[in-house]
Design a protein around this ligand. Sequence first.
Ligand SMILES: Nc1ncnc2c1ncn2[C@@H]1O[C@H](COP(=O)(O)OP(=O)(O)OP(=O)(O)O)[C@@H](O)[C@H]1O
Ligand SMILES: [Mg+2]
Length: 231
Amino acid sequence: MLEVINLHTYYGLSHILFDVSLEVKQGQVACLLGRNGAGKTTTLKRIMGLVTPKEGKIIFRGEDITGAQPYILARKGMGYVPDDRRIFADLSVRDNLEIAARKRNGKEEWTIERVYDLFPSLKAFSDRRGSLLSGGEQKMLAIGRALMTNPELLLLDEPTEGLAPLLVNNLRETIEKLKSAGLTVLLAEQNVKFTLRLSDYGYIIDDGRICYQGKVNELISSEEVRKMCGI
Ligand SMILES: Nc1ncnc2c1ncn2[C@@H]1O[C@H](COP(=O)(O)OP(=O)(O)OP(=O)(O)O)[C@@H](O)[C@H]1O
Ligand SMILES: [Mg+2]
């Protein structure tokens, strides 16, 4: 579904990503684990076309999309949930979802009703303004907005950040449901336990470099990874 090949990324003169390569297979959840400042957000932004492309290549569903603009990528089926949520504060929950709606290939698999089935608390707050939602509800709304674009691949940037433990559990169930509905996911996280329980394949990023990768059971049983992740 997604192949990222030898990316280097810079902010001004600072070299942030070094030779980052990763692959996300159709129907799988792949994760990118790393601590603060490791380069997770930069990697997702680069994939979504939000950071100026330099060296490296990105292939999405067999097509070279290196340097493509975010709206083009959204049209091609890439959904992105940024770490800062970016919902419309002045719009109601329903309007936030409606404005994001996009049919792809004439198909409209995700509707407001389906998002409400997934997140019943959003249905209860359908008329409430985005700014009045709690942090957890805003996260749900941000995920709901991305789903309304009917994506094939969902890029999720630290969805558990700042969530209460109960909501983290709900979120895990949500991502499991999305996976069984056929969605492919690339999940950037610091929460190792949450992420490894959900993922099929994992990458560990440190100082802008992928320092470890493997099937999740291999990662869990690796002494080196356990030490690195504190598990
Ligand atoms: N706009 C920017 N300009 C300059 N440097 C930046 C910018 N954004 C991030 N950086 C730097 O790039 C590096 C990687 O940051 P990034 O946000 O990708 O890390 P992260 O793994 O997502 O961290 P976190 O877990 O805190 O979200 C950090 O050293 C950060 O200070
Ligand atoms: Mg980040």
